[in-house]
Design a protein around this ligand. Structure first.
Ligand code: F6R
Ligand code: MG
Ligand code: MG
Length: 379
């Protein structure tokens, strides 16, 4: 059976501040999703929470970009927003950037990851969900899962994976994408996706037969709204086993924390901490950024699960290391490289501060100047 797995998420209000979602809001979103299952629009629906974000995990047969399914998600978030407003939760309805739904939630605030595939005899998938970070947070783990044999042994051992995977990489500034096949174009891929402020992996495909392997949400709220309206707190779907990376190969990148952008005011670099569902409530300096992993077996479109995959002591060390990295970075306060570089601050106050001070800058040193200096061409 060909099914579509759609994960659509939004921050529709924080409890308290930006640290978590309120149970009543989550319940309302669940009810709307459940009603859509009863009405036959969806085969199944589950709701995940990470920090102040709520995700609908939906299975159906309407394909990707379905107006009906996107409309349903929008409705669920609208209904949730009503409760968030009643409780005066923080930033109630913040990711619903438009007053009315117009066919597709993309470009309207919510994040979307969805894929259509023929359900295999057994179909294990993992839905990752992160808070206080950006879509490019998935670049490094996707590379490790699908292109680094030191992490994913299956690339060497499993004949179905041996031909590698193709990465679709989005330039989030222009909206253009490029497809790069690994291992042949691995270094080109890394040259792009190492530039996390600009490029984000959108999807991954298996080379041997063109099967979809992974899809990530790549919406960037600031580029949609033109100003800082919260980080994008991305979701990602990864298919597992028999010709795809094993569950353990998919989770392995998260066993060694790395640094992502986001955290406090979306303006800081910090470690991505893998946590069980109950610890997905970032509070220290509004962080550090969190990621949860929800495992499902899909059976005739039904979501069997979720299993809380980071609820495993084997990830304790990663959590401990993330705490240590957090301490070192926090020592840096408002200084780079803990605070993001100036180009990344362009949707916050920095341009305003520079505009205010513009007339007060004076010629203090003669000779060559920096990147925007007029004196660079001295002979
Ligand atoms: C980051 C985030 C929080 C807020 C911070 C300030 O993604 O959501 O760190 O940026 O709590 O929030 P405001 O400006 O709403 O007071
Ligand atoms: Mg928020
Ligand atoms: Mg959030």
């Amino acid at each position: 059976m060909k099914i579509t797995l759609s994960v659509i998420k939004a921050d529709i209000g924080g409890y308290v501040g930006h640290s978590a979602a309120h149970p009543e809001v989550v319940q309302k979103v669940k009810e709307v999703g459940q009603k859509a299952v009863e009405d036959g629009l969806l085969i199944d629906c589950d709701v995940l929470v990470c920090g102040d974000d709520i995700a609908l995990v939906m299975t159906h047969t309407h394909g990707v970009d379905s107006e009906k399914v996107h409309g349903l998600a929008w409705k669920a978030f609208e209904e949730g927003t009503k409760i968030a407003k009643k409780l005066k939760l923080y930033g109630a309805g913040q990711d619903l950037l438009s007053d009315t739904f117009s066919g597709n939630v993309k470009g309207m605030g919510p994040g979307v990851a969805e894929m259509e595939f023929e359900e295999r005899p057994s179909e294990p998938v993992v839905v990752f969900f992160a808070d206080k970070t950006a879509p490019s947070a998935w670049n490094l783990p996707l590379y490790e899962m699908f292109a680094d044999p030191m992490v994913c042994a299956g690339l060497v051992i499993d004949p179905k994976m041996h031909e590698g995977f193709t990465f679709e990489v989005l330039d989030t500034f222009t909206g253009k994408a490029v497809k790069l096949s690994t291992p042949a174009e691995l270094y080109d891929l890394l040259a792009l996706i190492g530039t996390v402020e600009r490029y984000a992996v959108k999807s991954v495909w298996r080379n041997s037969d063109g099967e979809i392997a992974a899809v990530a949400s790549t919406q960037r709220l600031s580029l949609i709204a033109g100003k800082y309206v919260g980080k994008d707190d991305p979701v990602m779907i990864v298919r597992a086993q028999s010709g795809f990376p094993a569950i353990g190969e998919i989770l392995e990148p998260f066993a060694r924390p790395w640094i992502v952008e986001g955290w406090m005011r979306g303006s800081h670099n910090g470690p991505l901490m893998p946590v069980s569902f109950r610890y997905a409530t970032p509070t220290r300096f509004d962080g550090p950024p969190r990621v949860i992993a929800a495992g499902y077996q899909i059976a005739e479109g039904k979501l069997i699960g979720p299993r809380d995959l980071f609820d495993d002591p084997a990830f304790d060390k990663a959590r401990e290391q993330a705490q240590m990295i957090a301490d070192v970075l926090r020592r840096q306060g408002i200084f780079e490289p803990h605070r993001l570089p100036s180009e990344e601050m362009e949707y916050t106050t920095l341009p305003k501060i520079l505009a205010k001070l513009e007339g007060r800058f004076y010629e203090a040193e003669a000779g060559k100047k920096g990147p925007s200096g007029e004196h660079l061409d001295v002979d």
